[in-house]
Design a protein around this ligand. Structure first.
Ligand code: ATP
Length: 457
């Protein structure tokens, strides 16, 4: 677990015992502190932890005072009191002052582990709620797994923060978004930021599974289980045990197989084909699709029960045309292998303008392949318009030709203009739905419905 924990206890021996127990539970970022005063000072200066385990009786400043100081300066730090005093009145007082739990020494490792898991889960849920309300840009605690995802978009930063919060838990996550928006990249980042990072991450393309393949691929089989099974084979479930299974293109899974998948998700158990032994697996599931699953449910093409099972957390990646601020950083990223991107001149102004204007129906994958082909054509010279595919230039030409004649405005479909306008208002109000609805002069429910139809929560 990547959460930061501080233990404050004036008894050095007990601190070390707790430190060992926390390591056993799997916590890696643990600070052991003997001085409550020093901790109070640090917290006042801005130090923050995900969780504090606080001893009650300490000479310089007692646990209750330290609890008050922590809650006053870092309200999102969850606190558990660990004490030799088993008195209901004191326990209630601690809870009233903001502690989440109260443990009496000696604490068994299982009780400690349970209390910590409960407390960190509560923190994760509160942080998710807090994220919706905040106007400022969230920062990632564990940046490394998210490094491959290049973005400068505020909307994306919030999605990455939400992804990081989900990563800490076992909840299944559903990632939606058009093709090429980076769903698999995000799934890998969630796995990398999770406590399972060192275990396998197995992507499975669900659209390629047929009825006959499903069981053999997921459950594996023993030697001779069916004609042609010359050797035993481990299936995806067994191979990925303790890791993350990435169910890509889940919207393309045929209906009869959706029922089989649901059973796998519910049971966490399977039997290899040709064997009678049930085996248990411990898996985290992340699913992705570019389909609108809710619409598919209405059309009876996707099972509602499976949908709710996979949608523990939901992350929607916006298309590249709705985060144009990401185009230039992505251009730099994709060209840095071939050019010195720290100096302007690796791409001509007009070529960059064409790239900035293009709507990218294939999203980031399309931008990447456009640049790949342009580098091949440019052979080390700066990229110019002639290196770009003809459809980009044609899109630009169309735009110029349809541009405003003097005194007139370009006419665009009303639905497109409305969407753009609503999203702009939503962004300008810091994603405040009530304020946006008021400014736009429409009902809150109408706004909600429209935002949902654009894939924005
Ligand atoms: N934000 C990003 N920064 C850098 N590279 C990105 C980003 N988003 C996507 N890519 C790259 O774009 C390509 C497509 O990404 P990915 O395969 O994750 O998309 P996807 O949404 O899963 O696509 P599909 O729905 O077609 O499976 C990959 O090469 C990926 O590395």
């Amino acid at each position: 677990m990547n959460s930061s924990v501080v233990v404050i206890d004036d008894d050095r021996d007990y601190l070390e015992i707790l430190g060992r127990k926390l390591a056993e539970i799997g916590l890696k970022r643990v600070r052991l502190e003997e001085s409550s005063l020093r901790m109070a000072d640090e917290v006042k200066k801005g130090a923050a932890f995900d969780l504090a385990l606080i001893d009650m009786t300490m000479p310089e400043m007692d646990g209750m005072q330290l609890l008050e100081t922590i809650k006053a300066n870092s309200p999102s730090t969850e606190c558990i009191m660990v004490t030799a005093i088993n008195e209901a009145r004191i326990a209630v007082e601690c809870l009233n002052k903001g502690a989440y739990d109260y443990l009496v020494k000696p604490v068994a490792t299982e009780d400690l582990s349970l209390a910590i898991k409960r407390t960190l889960e509560r923190k994760r849920l509160l942080d998710l709620l807090d994220l919706e309300k905040r106007d400022d840009l969230p920062t990632l605690e564990n940046e490394a797994p998210f490094k491959p995802i290049i973005t400068q978009s505020k909307k994306m930063m919030r999605i990455l923060k939400e992804a990081e919060l989900h990563a800490a838990s076992l909840v299944p996550v559903l990632i939606t978004g058009e093709s090429g928006t980076g769903k698999e990249l995000l799934a890998r980042a969630i796995h990398g930021a999770s406590p399972r990072a060192q275990q396998p991450f197995t992507p499975i393309n669900m659209s390629s599974l047929t009825s006959s393949l499903f069981e053999a691929e997921f459950f594996g089989h023993t030697k001779g289980a069916f004609t042609g099974a010359e050797n035993g084979r481990v299936g995806y479930l067994e191979y990925t045990n303790k890791g993350t299974l990435f169910l890509d293109e889940i919207g393309d899974l045929p209906l009869p197989l959706q029922g089989k998948l649901l059973r796998v998700l519910q049971d966490g158990e399977f039997t290899r084909l040709g064997s009678s032994n049930r085996q248990k697996v411990d898996l985290r599931f992340i699913a992705a699709t570019n389909e609108n699953l809710e619409q598919m449910i209405v059309q009876k093409r996707f099972r509602k029960d499976l949908y709710y099972r996979i949608r523990g957390g939901w992350l929607h990646l916006p298309p590249l045309r709705e985060r144009r601020e990401d185009i230039f950083p992505l251009v730099r990223k994709f060209l840095e292998k071939y050019y010195d991107v720290n100096h302007s001149g690796f791409i001509e102004k007009e070529a960059l303008e064409r790239l900035m204007q293009y709507p990218y129906p294939g999203n980031i994958r399309e931008l990447k392949s456009i640049l790949q082909s342009a580098t091949n054509l440019a052979r080390g010279a700066p990229i110019n318009e002639t290196h770009l595919p003809s459809h980009i230039m044609a899109a630009h030409k169309e735009c110029v030709e349809e541009g405003p004649a003097s005194g007139s405005i370009p006419i665009r479909p009303l639905a497109e203009v409305e969407k753009e306008y609503i999203l702009k208002a939503y962004e300008q109000t810091g994603e405040n739905k009530s304020k946006s609805a008021r400014l736009l002069g429409i009902g809150l429910n109408t706004l909600r419905r429209k935002l949902a139809s654009y894939g924005t929560q």
